[in-house]
Write a protein that binds this ligand. Structure first.
Ligand SMILES: Cc1cc2nc3c(=O)[nH]c(=O)nc-3n(C[C@H](O)[C@H](O)[C@H](O)COP(=O)(O)O)c2cc1C
Length: 314
């Protein structure tokens, strides 16, 4: 498994490898605050001449939603109607007026003002680029997204942007992923079921699903030792109960005492190796070590590490 990435496999799955253009979404609204956070995340992605021509209209009112549905190509209507979140991307053909905020130069602003044709080309190209950032930002917020370009653009502009310098570009139909919903390309290696986990809001696939499928060797060694540590701890506890309770035999302590000692040391050693190789932070590493002290705590610790992708390739 490649480790040439700064983000772990679970994050890569959410953004790229497991994310597909969903058609089915969970039946719950998406908070506008989330959309605003996504905008703040993506707004400074690189563009030509520091243009920021993308404008995003969230079709939240009945009127705006109806306008989008009316302008949509027939094959797209059901797809849009099924999405809790409908974002219409638009290019602002007067993007150069905000160069004071976006970092474009005054000279460039004057050049764009004098050349509407180049302005349209720039605004289209860079809006499409920013729309790509938007899709990734929405995925990073745990949302599933389907870009939809099939619209009567003139009708959409007339309905939504009549008095503005905005012109519509592809919209995005989105929402929280729905567990078990079919998604993905109709053909090819990407055909699959979305595996969104119950109660999870991240990505089309639960990070834990991916992480579970791809434990590293050291991750697996950690999981095994977490189990062995818990089993020997339990044996020792029972042995001590018998030794100091009914006092019938000391065999439990005699057998499980040394076994647990070895398991404890092996668990600690493997934890440190896993922490280094899988790049856990200091806090997580200490927590994993301390988990060996109270009885059976290595089990929930291992489950949490696995679920959060910390036993998977990083
Ligand atoms: C610019 C753009 C326009 C698109 N327009 C439509 C569309 O009108 N209707 C539709 O169903 N899907 C549309 N899509 C979605 C693509 O068909 C989909 O992203 C592609 O098949 C990849 O699918 P996957 O992400 O599930 O692998 C569009 C995608 C992009 C990027």
């Amino acid at each position: 498994m490649s480790t040439n990435f700064a983000i772990d496999a679970a994050a890569r799955a959410i953004l790229f490898t497991d994310a597909r253009s969903n058609l089915v979404f969970a039946d719950r609204p998406v908070a506008m605050e989330t959309v605003r956070d996504v905008w703040d995340l993506i707004k400074w992605g690189p563009t030509a001449n520091n243009t920021v021509p993308l404008r995003v209209l969230a079709a939240t009112s009945d009127t705006a939603r109806a306008a989008v549905l009316d302008a949509a190509a027939a094959g797209n209507r059901d797809k849009i109607a099924a999405a809790p979140l409908v974002l219409v991307a638009a290019r602002d053909e007067r993007f150069h007026e905000t160069f004071g905020i976006t970092g474009g130069s005054e000279t460039a602003a004057a050049r764009f003002e004098a050349d509407p044709e180049t302005r349209t080309r720039f605004s289209h190209t860079n809006t499409m680029l920013q729309t790509g950032y938007l899709i990734l930002g929405l995925r990073a917020a745990g949302l599933a997204v389907r870009p939809v370009g099939g619209f009567d653009r003139a009708a959409l502009d007339a309905a939504l942007f009549a008095d503005a310098s905005w012109r519509s570009e592809p919209a995005s139909a989105g929402g929280s992923p729905r567990a078990g919903a079919r998604c993905g390309r109709a053909q090819g290696p990407h055909r699959r079921r979305c595996r969104g986990a119950r109660g999870m809001t991240a990505g089309a696939t639960a990070p834990g699903d991916t992480a579970r499928a791809r434990l590293t060797g050291i991750g697996r060694a950690y999981a095994i030792l977490a189990l062995v540590e818990a089993i020997t701890w339990t044996g020792l506890l029972i042995g001590m109960g018998v030794k100091y309770g009914p006092q019938t035999t000391e065999i439990g302590v005699t057998v499980f005492g040394p076994l647990h000692g070895i398991a404890f040391l092996a668990y600690a050693a493997v934890t440190v190796i896993a922490a280094v190789r899988l790049r856990w932070g200091l806090g997580v590493t200490l927590l994993a070590l301390v988990a060996a002290v109270p009885p059976l705590t290595t089990l929930p610790m291992e489950m949490w590490l696995r679920r959060t992708g910390r036993l998977a390739p990083r």
